[in-house]
Design a protein around this ligand. Structure first.
Ligand code: NDP
Length: 495
């Protein structure tokens, strides 16, 4: 297989100067691309390109940036089938998911930020002292160092790059070294749309070889990180050394609370879709269902039945519902958690195995349903990031809310009930960046995504993302023209 250039710097593909890299199709174990990874030298070149591109990009009118981004969205629409096919193979996800969720989601996000680029706002100007006019300038920060994970490679590239450049910053993105292919195509499409070279750069490489030097680079004004809580903490610690701004989108452990007046069929279907989307490798996936005791047995039975209908198969087959996990190492981690839960006395009601008739070099895992786990066990407390749903019973509403809040995470949650007072209480009291009512998973470009507690801070998507990528500058202009200003008297009374 001929080597590919896996770096995108200053508007062109380049070879990396780091170690050889093979990009795999996790569903089959086949190598789909080879090349060289990025190293600190490539970080230097990419940050240099982003730095050089910054003044001119920041100086464009919002309208011009917007036009270029709209053209980018148009080109992405044209290239959607190619993007979906590559995303599906490289991330091991079913082609249906890539075609109907990942790619259109990214195109919509691109179109949203193309429009939002013209709506950067500050507080109204005013004469707050009586002697000055105060106004707000919302300014880009400079070069943003972004780091993204492997679960939704294209969408994550969009979430990191789009608000940053719409606000006038330039970006160096380091995607996961497992899944860089669509991030590279995304950047190439931006260049084809006329977005100047250097505004978007993509470095394919390992966290320690490319991610860390990017975080630590003195010319990187801000670090935007999406990934695990453990690595996020390390990234934040490195950035803190240089007092850099940080945006962290970290892990999740979403509760799924089913009250006894819920529509059971809707909740069961919602739980299966919410737990199995992207083979459960979704930071907002439903992972802990708390079901009020009168519905418990029926809910578990219905979910097990629905999980049994889920078709596992080749990712290119449009009938496949669930694809592979990202790697066999990750599948072993998921399976290890399920086995430890079993050893600790939990019951695996469905799944918990490598499915039959899947490629031995692939990383498939069965949809898995667990009951009988205790609240403080690993399987309930820690992120699994696989197709595993744990169901626990509860008796009172107070107990449900307390259990929902009882993990280190706070990214997403859902509450299922026909009683508006119950759902309102859940939306108020569950500590999460997003609470769905009678649904779980849908996202829209107009609304923010981000967590609290160990799930991080800051927002992706929506106009709220601009808060991360802009600096608020106060400009205070004297309107008196007087040499002797009354406030000088506080300091010196000389006449
Ligand atoms: P990781 O934290 O392992 O990696 C995330 C990124 O960080 C990768 O690009 C990785 O590079 C890089 N990295 C690793 N070490 C360092 C370092 N020392 N300095 C800088 N960068 C580094 O996460 P995963 O890729 O395994 O993704 C899964 C995680 O992402 C889950 O915890 C999930 O919840 C979270 N996530 C959160 C989302 C949110 O919005 N809150 C959305 C999606 C996922 P490489 O892997 O190439 O070595």
């Amino acid at each position: 297989m001929p080597e590919q250039h896996l770096q995108y710097i200053d508007g062109a593909r380049r070879a990396g100067s780091g170690a050889p890299l093979s990009i795999l199709a996790p569903a089959t174990g086949a190598i789909v691309a080879t090349g060289r990874g990025a190293h600190a030298d490539d970080v230097e070149t990419a940050v240099g390109a982003a730095r050089s591109a910054f003044p001119a990009w920041a100086a464009l009118t919002p309208g011009t940036r917007s036009d270029l981004m709209h053209e980018w969205a148009r080109i992405l629409r044209e290239r959607a089938p190619e993007l979906a096919a590559i995303e599906s193979v490289n991330a091991g996800k079913p082609i249906r998911l890539a075609t109907e969720f990942d790619v259109p989601g990214t195109i919509d996000n691109t179109a949203f930020f193309a429009g939002a680029a013209r709506h950067l706002e500050g507080k109204a100007a005013g004469e707050y002292s009586g002697e000055h006019t105060s106004s707000i300038r919302r300014e880009p920060l400079g070069v943003i160092g972004s780091i993204s994970p492997w679960n939704y490679p294209l969408q994550m590239a969009g979430w990191k790059i789009l608000p940053a450049i719409a606000a006038g910053n330039t970006v160096v993105l380091k995607p996961s070294e497992l899944t860089p292919l669509t991030s590279l195509l995304f950047a190439e499409a931006a260049t084809a749309a006329g977005i100047p070279a250097g505004v978007i750069n993509v470095l394919t490489g390992a966290g320690l070889d490319a991610g860390q030097p990017l975080v630590e680079h003195p010319a990187v004004a801000m670090v935007s990180f999406t990934g695990s809580t453990a690595v996020g903490r390390r990234v934040a610690a490195s950035a803190a050394g240089a007092a850099k701004r940080v945006h962290l989108e970290l892990g999740g452990k979403a509760p799924f609370v089913v009250f006894d007046d819920a529509d059971l069929e809707a909740a069961a279907r919602g739980a299966v879709a919410g737990a199995l989307i992207n083979a459960g490798q979704d930071c907002t996936a439903a992972t802990r269902a708390y079901v009020q005791r009168p519905l418990f047995e029926e809910f578990v039975g219905r979910v097990a039945h629905l999980m049994d209908q889920v078709r596992i198969g080749p990712v290119e087959d449009p009938d496949t519902d669930m694809g592979s996990l990202i790697s066999r190492a990750h599948r072993d981690k998921v399976h290890g958690m399920v086995e430890r839960a079993r050893t600790d006395g939990a019951k695996v009601v469905h799944g918990g195995r490598i499915p039959e008739h899947t490629p031995p070099a692939g990383a498939y895992y069965e949809p898995t349903l667990i009951t009988g786990a205790v609240q403080d066990s690993e399987i309930v407390q820690q992120e699994i990031f696989g197709p595993v749903l744990v169901v626990l019973p509860f008796d009172t509403d107070d107990e449900a809310i307390a259990l929902a809040n009882d993990t280190p995470y706070g990214l997403a949650a859902s509450a299922w009930s026909r009683d508006v007072f119950r759902t309102q209480r859940a939306s108020r009291e569950i500590q999460a960046g997003c609470v769905w009512i009678n649904d779980h998973i849908p996202i829209v470009s107009e609304m923010p995504h981000g967590g609290l507690k160990s799930s991080g801070f800051g927002k992706d998507m929506s106009a709220y993302a601009f808060e991360e990528y802009t600096n608020i500058k106060h400009v205070m202009s004297d309107i008196t023209g007087a040499a002797h200003k009354p406030w000088h008297d506080v300091i010196f009374r000389a006449r």
